[in-house]
Design a protein around this ligand. Sequence first.
Ligand code: GSH
Length: 257
Amino acid sequence: MKKTMSVLTGALVATAVSAGAASAADTLETVKARGELICGVSTGLPGFSIPDEKGNWTGIDVDVCRGVAAAVLGDAMKVKFIPLTAKERFTALQSGEIDILSRNTTWTHTRDTSLGLNFAGVNYYDGQGFLVQKELGVKSALELDGASVCIQSGTTTELNLADYFKLNGMSFSPVVYDTSDQTVQGFAAGRCDILTSDQSQLYALRSKLDDPSKAVVLPEVISKEPLGPVVRQGDDAWFNIVKWTLFAQINAEELGL
Ligand SMILES: N[C@@H](CCC(=O)N[C@@H](CS)C(=O)NCC(=O)O)C(=O)O
């Protein structure tokens, strides 16, 4: 399947590259000269980007970078993964430390218009939710007035949380961490009543608990979080390559390749 996808991705993206050849963008040249794609990912989030004990990364965000490497270098394995916290991710892309950011990142108006970056599309439609310890007996997010909330800094999650509690006349105290591992450990150690994040990530984090069955995801989804890969603005050829690699992968998935 991987091979078929690489061929399909390569063929589709070759068109995008040749169409933009006159304004050959720096990133493409840099990646070709280096012989390796540098891809910014999470510090470890099952399903999106996580390394195994041998340092092999897997997940849907990892697949995006493998697809781009297949398209421009002819080898899906020629990728170096750089783990980044939510706070570090945009600076890493702006500064050129990474060629592409593929890290469960929400496409928002502010990020798209003020950071000098472009979102290439959506590879997962998410939405923010809440994880609570079952023993609290809470059935709805509207019962969370006064809760302490484990949350990760530098995310859309922080602002959505404040909006949701304000709108519903509730108060909360934030307990802020930098990485998802710290956040889930804080939750497991009882430093907060609830953990909030994108729903997919709640399930991923719950799977890291000693006994996942002791925590439940509440039914409310309080925001829209379209996640996707990001590149620097002003590099149209590279933008097209990433965008059409993603589209080719989505079509390949639909075709069952
Ligand atoms: N989609 C949201 C949240 C992204 C985010 O960073 N979520 C945390 C919550 S679990 C995460 O992925 N952490 C992984 C890590 O620390 O590397 C955003 O773009 O701001």
